[in-house]
Ligand binder design. Structure first.
Ligand code: GLP
Length: 258
């Protein structure tokens, strides 16, 4: 089986259902599942499907541990609703049976030596992990987590500067562009590559360019953080037809599984 497996569906809803099924399998196969979770618009439908499966008693999260990819740094108090912590509670955690003691975010209340806080987060992943499935969205500039272009392949959890294009994309959630944090704490590319399986979802034509570059590159290049996934053995890339609209057929044939 190819390391990179590409699934193209007509609609986002089809992807949401397939992705939720893959995650449900991980939950069923493991007595103590460990999931890496993502935020943004893209995973919302997947979370809705997982909640339905939980309500139908098909899956339980009682013994699951989760690690989120990233969190804003220096978010204003009255913008708390834009924090990823809030997002996860609203869109998943408050609606399932997960024990909040087993929910982890990259640390943002940093001490004098942030590297110690980041190491603790990484150590926790190593202790309960590896992450069995890491869910990823995709930035229009090819970022994964908040690993912006020029992120090194060996990067681990750290403070990152957001690029102007990411700040502009994320400003729709804030009152004004000036309110968008300019920094975040993100798992590194290397942290992501440590997970056993990666599932990246991307929808819409604004993601098409990054995907086209990914399949053209065929190896890691710092200009496109997503290209780190060429160094992983088990990656699902699940996209809708709009995101796939500019892909070169020749470069994707052997990766296509649907
Ligand atoms: C943010 C997040 C990423 C996410 C990306 C795409 O920058 N840090 O983890 O994948 O946005 O978001 P969306 O799914 O809303 O397009």
């Amino acid at each position: 089986m190819e390391k990179i497996k590409l699934i193209i569906c007509k609609t986002k809803e089809e992807i949401d259902a397939i992705a939720a099924n893959i995650i449900a399998e991980v939950l069923k196969e493991n007595s103590k599942p460990v999931l890496g979770l993502a935020t943004g618009k893209s995973p919302l439908g997947i979370y809705e499907n997982l909640i339905k499966k939980y309500q139908a008693k098909e899956i339980s999260f009682k013994t699951t541990t989760t690690f989120n990819l990233d969190e804003y740094l220096g978010i204003k108090k009255d913008d708390h609703k834009n924090s990823y912590d809030y997002y996860m509670n609203e869109n998943l955690f408050s609606k399932i049976d997960i024990d909040l003691k087993n929910v982890y975010f990259p640390p943002i209340n940093l001490g004098d030596h942030p590297e110690i806080d980041f190491k603790k987060f990484e150590d926790k992943i190593a202790e309960v992990g590896p992450i069995q499935l890491q869910l990823l969205g995709l930035g229009t500039n090819g970022h994964i987590g908040f690993n912006e272009p020029a992120s090194p392949l060996n990067s681990r959890t750290r403070i990152v500067d957001l690029t102007p294009s990411t700040i502009a994309s994320n400003s729709i959630y804030f009152k004004s562009k000036e309110d968008v944090p300019t920094k975040a704490v993100s798992m590194g590319l290397n942290t992501i590559l440590d997970s056993k399986k990666v599932l990246l979802v991307a929808f819409g034509k604004e993601k098409a360019e990054a995907l086209k570059t990914f399949f053209a590159l065929k190896q890691f290049n710092e200009s496109l953080p997503m290209s780190a996934l060429w160094n992983h053995d088990d990656v699902y890339i699940m996209i809708d037809e709009l995101a796939a609209s500019t892909l070169d057929q020749h470069s994707i044939t052997k990766h296509l599984i649907k």
